[in-house]
Design a protein around this ligand. Structure first.
Ligand code: ZN
Length: 283
């Protein structure tokens, strides 16, 4: 039994490396509004097309000593880091959810968040193509998986006395998650704008939460918002007071939301359970 688990884990890791290689392409090309399919990958510094054998995830980076074969300039360590992170996340998805539709859903969500974490970090951009694709995917997955949030069930059964089929409840959970998470952040951004007279965050963050809410449902999406805000506040305070960044320093809020989202997928259940118990919101 453990042998087959080890073999599947290895496959999940290798598959993650390959997907991670594609995520790198998305991270560097989507903010420039370039195609992620063509042309072939090129060295960002000398423009030489990268040969197939120099394009093997992680391995090529190590073989080339982290330098371009043509111009010998350094290749960013973030390329193999993204590949490795994706591999590790795919193994974690396999261990938590097995080879199931749920496993595929969360592996996709992790991948989308990873792209957003890095595009926001590099360019302060959360590409629409990622957010809209993610929103559609989150909604499309939901009817085929059992609802985990319970919010739609509570409204349909408890408040409206409607006995809806399981797939409809699951879809409603995803739609409510998107609307509540995106709506809350939009209200917050609007309030900040009215109060301070300048924008605290872009619509990209709102769209990102629409997407995340469709995957997570209402309660975990709110947890993601809170966790991301706490993380952003702590790092923001350190940046301003610790590293002397100006008060106008623009934090990559989407990056913090993304880290919070990945944390919630793998470690969220105990945290949400604890929060619901402490706050008295659980049932
Ligand atoms: Zn080069």
């Amino acid at each position: 039994m453990w042998q087959s688990q080890a073999v599947i884990s290895l496959f999940a890791f290798l598959f993650g490396l390959v997907i991670g290689s594609f995520l790198n392409v998305c991270i560097y090309r989507l903010p420039q509004h370039e195609s992620v399919v063509t042309p072939r990958s090129r060295c960002p510094q000398c423009g030489t097309p990268i040969r197939a054998r120099d394009n093997i995830p992680v391995v090529s980076y190590l073989m080339l000593g982290g330098r371009c074969r043509a111009c010998r300039n350094r290749i960013s360590l973030l390329y193999p880091a993204v590949e490795l992170l994706t591999g590790v996340m795919f193994v974690a998805c396999y261990h938590q959810f097995g080879v199931t539709l749920a496993g595929a859903k969360w592996a996709l969500f992790c991948s989308l968040l990873l792209v957003l974490i890095f595009t926001d970090f590099h360019e302060r951009i959360l590409p629409n193509r990622v957010n809209y694709f993610g929103l559609a995917a989150g909604l499309a997955f939901s009817p085929f998986l059992p609802a985990s949030d319970g919010f739609a069930q509570w409204i349909l059964d408890g408040r409206m006395n409607l006995a809806a089929p399981g797939w409809a409840i699951a879809l409603a959970d995803a739609a409510l998650g998107a609307l509540v998470a995106g709506g809350l952040l939009w209200l917050f951004a609007e309030g900040y704008f009215r109060l301070r007279g300048r924008e605290g965050m872009g619509l990209g963050d709102v769209k990102m939460m629409l997407m995340a809410g469709a995957f997570l449902g209402v309660r975990r999406a709110i947890a993601m918002l809170m966790l991301g805000s706490i993380l952003g506040s702590v790092v923001g305070a350190i940046a301003v007071w610790g590293f002397g960044k100006g008060r106008d320093y623009e934090l990559p809020f989407g990056s913090f939301l993304g880290i919070a989202g990945i944390f919630l997928i793998f470690l969220g259940s105990p945290l949400v359970h604890w929060y619901l118990t402490v706050s008295g919101l659980g049932h």
